[in-house]
Write a protein that binds this ligand. Sequence first.
Ligand code: TEU
Length: 540
Amino acid sequence: MKKRNLEELVIYQIYPRSFQDTSGNGIGDLNGIRKRLNYLHKLGIDMIWITPFYPSGGRDNGYDVKDYTAIDPLFGSMSDFKNLVKEAKALDIGIMLDMVLNHTSTKHKWFQKALKGDPKYMDYYFFVDKPVNWQSKFGGSAFKYVEHLDKYYLHLFDEKQADLNWENPYVRQELYDVVKFWMDLGVEGFRFDVINLISKPQIFKDSLIGDGRDAYTDGEKVLAYLQELNEKTFGTKDLVTVGELSSTTAQKAASYVNPENNALSTAFGFHHLKIDYKDNLKWHLQKPNYDELKKILVHWQNVMEENKALMALFWNNHDQPRSVSRLGDDLNYPYESATMIATMMHMLKGMPYIYQGEELGLPNAYFTSLDDYKDVESLNMIEILKEKFTQKELEESLSAHSRDNGRTPIPWDNTAHYGFSNVEPWIKFSQAKNLKTAQDVLSEKESIFTWYQRLIDLRHTHKIVSKGKVNWPSNNNQNLLYYTRELNGEIWHVYNNVTNEKITLNLEHKITEIILSNYNRLKICDKLDLEAYETLVLKE
Ligand code: TEU
């Protein structure tokens, strides 16, 4: 990877299963990533985060790891991986790997030994005599009974994903060895899955809020464990690390990424992605609440600034619906809304992440039948919710919030199977009416892709984007998300119209340059109407 300051980096996330198939099994693979390196280089990103491709239990698309230091033959071989690292490096692209260290697959050899009653390995996990009321994040109890042991084990996610006991120093050492294994192969970054859940209470008790989140989220020793992980593995190296933080607070997140704490470089928080959850419940829908979004962004940006800490900036990943469908209008204003949504995030302070397909404006899955869903969370939820929801409610809810929205294969070109594979892929392509392929988008003179190129380039070349202070001048139009960036007396104004209704702006400052305009404005008057999903970045 090219040497840059952390806040100048832009990371691209690849969900290999849905990126590019080259082996003809309908599942994307490592050689598929190699095939598309030039495309990624053209986009201009610095590093790719690749989600798990290790041998797995096959239950949660790789997040149920069976062997941490091998490649699942579905995705290729170790030599494919080494070639990928080498070829990416030649293009100044670093590789970031996903470390799922909170839990293993129940097929992992440690868990298999535990199941045989081996006390050493039972202590790698949490086996208890009596379950408490904690709920799995994928639905149902978080404890699974094992009859022949007459004990229950803890699984915060699916029952095939058993939580590891970080209290046990042998477990921690095993996991640090995993990280070192990949560092030795030239990996330059790590994303740590649900890493703020690793410190569980000494004694499990019924949770007051009823699902256990209060008991196991941001546990007492998370920071200490992260510091130990840092010290024993990547601490002295110039690596990029990002923690995925579940249901955390800005203060906690900042403590994990405050450079003085020697833990992680950045973190993902999810509060801004719950603005369309009714009463904070994922499967209960509401229109995005932009007042709430503004409050969350202001709060997180401020807390991070106070801690000199860097937040990861993102709208999309493999667990989220596509932002252009969720917040924008993928039918009537695909270009305008996708570019506005991107700009709103990329002009903030932090480290932006782009999720595969986002640069093409890829919309939600729009599956027409519940049978099309593959994701374990969606399938569990269909079973649970069908008791409470009507068929129509169930379909709407899944269509809006299923994780499969982010997992449809990339439509590369207009040949059979969209150039993703030469066979039917493992999951359907997006069924959206106006699906565009990468080939279509790349042929446009000005496209969502070229817009992302420009955003990346601005971060690389303008210190005001990477380092400038973020200010939130008061503005009482709830459809306008407005902030400024400021560095050494230079000021940029970032205006985002988050709806399709016009907003009249009275500019009080003399504008000297139009940095970005998704309506191709060439001239700015003191009074102007922001059009549907218009974004404007103006230099004062
Ligand atoms: O996700 C953690 C997580 O809690 C969520 O993003 C989750 O998918 C969502 O809240 C469900 O509503 C990570 C991975 O990104 C995800 O793919 C894995 O399934 C999960 O951990 C377990 O490893």
